[in-house]
Design a protein around this ligand. Sequence first.
Ligand SMILES: Nc1nc2c(ncn2[C@@H]2O[C@H](COP(=O)(O)OP(=O)(O)O)[C@@H](O)[C@H]2O)c(=O)[nH]1
Ligand SMILES: [Mg+2]
Length: 350
Amino acid sequence: MNPFKNMKHIPTHEELVDKAFRKASKVSRDPHVKDKVMREKLLEMQKISTVSNVIRDNIKEIIRSVPNLDEVPEFYRKLIEISMPVDDVKKALATLNWISKKVRELELDYANKIKGENSIKRVKNVRRAFYGRVSSLIKKRRDAFHTLIQFKKLTAEFPSLKDMPTIIIAGYPNVGKSTLLRKVTGAQPQIADYPFTTKKLMVGYLDNELQLIDTPGILDRDPSKMKGIERKAITAISTLPSLMLYVFDVSETCGYDIEKQIGLLKRLMSLFPNLRIVCCINKMDLCQDEEKLRKLRDELEKLGLRWLETSSEDEKSIEELIKFLRVEMKNRASPRRRRHGHIPVREIKP
Ligand SMILES: Nc1nc2c(ncn2[C@@H]2O[C@H](COP(=O)(O)OP(=O)(O)O)[C@@H](O)[C@H]2O)c(=O)[nH]1
Ligand SMILES: [Mg+2]
């Protein structure tokens, strides 16, 4: 799940100070206190502690609502780093914490000063001086608020992915990726925004133990044609504890011939050198050209990749794909290239 989903609203420094002063302005005099000066002293002291409490409570809640940045999955850290250094966020949180301590110190300091005064005018001046100190203290550190506002805005758009073994599906458009995702997970996939791209991710789950992600518009084209930021966003995906399933359309009805499809596979292999990739030769029901199929099998054998032959129309091949993916996920820690390792090929009659 998006670990930042429950992050609190971050006010600007002005909003926070205004909120505190507004609350303090509602404090009223205690009519039971007969002594006029004492009554004002108590009133102003209460204003001071109200300002301090509002600021410190708000800061506490903000800090508590941000998950420990050293503990969030690397995928989310990488997404943050695309647009801001994680250290800036940590520093901003530390600054807020410091503000909170400092405001408490000022509160005690100025409350003591009020105790020592004996004219209403001077008591009011002390309270005003406290307001001034608090305002300028926070104003000087307004950047910390801005950083966190930006951070909140950024993370709110992060996709909600689970921290579980993940299969990312790649391959040219129309090779059958989304259909396979639907068949394998048996449900309507969830659609999630993918930040920094105009693209959406499709996410589905297999028995709540495997997460499958289809990345329309992202892992279905030449990575060299992508913008820097998109490439970074893709690199974040590869940090998921994952396996890539590269889908071929052996019928070429997708509009990309086998050579092109092999070309994309090779580029993805070099873009993700540490990611285990397995393949699926799909649309076997439309396969007319045995020669093409043979060449593709040879090529995958040469690349040392494991594959399965499927058709979305053939339930049996989907069941085998599920088994295949489970086994491959378990093996993902071992090297990608395995000679003589491909699993028995099922023949699907056209
Ligand atoms: N005959 C046949 N059609 C398929 C198969 N898989 C997908 N399709 C069709 O191919 C088209 C593209 O599929 P889609 O899943 O949207 O491809 P994507 O762009 O890779 O996600 C759709 O019309 C599917 O119904 C298959 O195994 N056999
Ligand atoms: Mg699709």
